[in-house]
Design a protein around this ligand. Sequence first.
Ligand SMILES: [Zn+2]
Length: 67
Amino acid sequence: MPTYEFLCDQCHTRFEAQLHFGESSEHVHCPQGHAQTRRLFTPPGIVFKGSGFYVTDNRKRSGKKNA
Ligand SMILES: [Zn+2]
């Protein structure tokens, strides 16, 4: 069962909770019982695949020449 990380908006406590499949994260309360929690998106790993997803810095200058 996946475990997600949450942050309480009221007491700013970070905690982990398990969500059942299809269960809304809006039902998750913090350990202090606050209902205003938000889910933190911390995926274990994001892999960007595909072409063209990089930045080319053609405008980079070599700097001033110190003659
Ligand atoms: Zn709280």
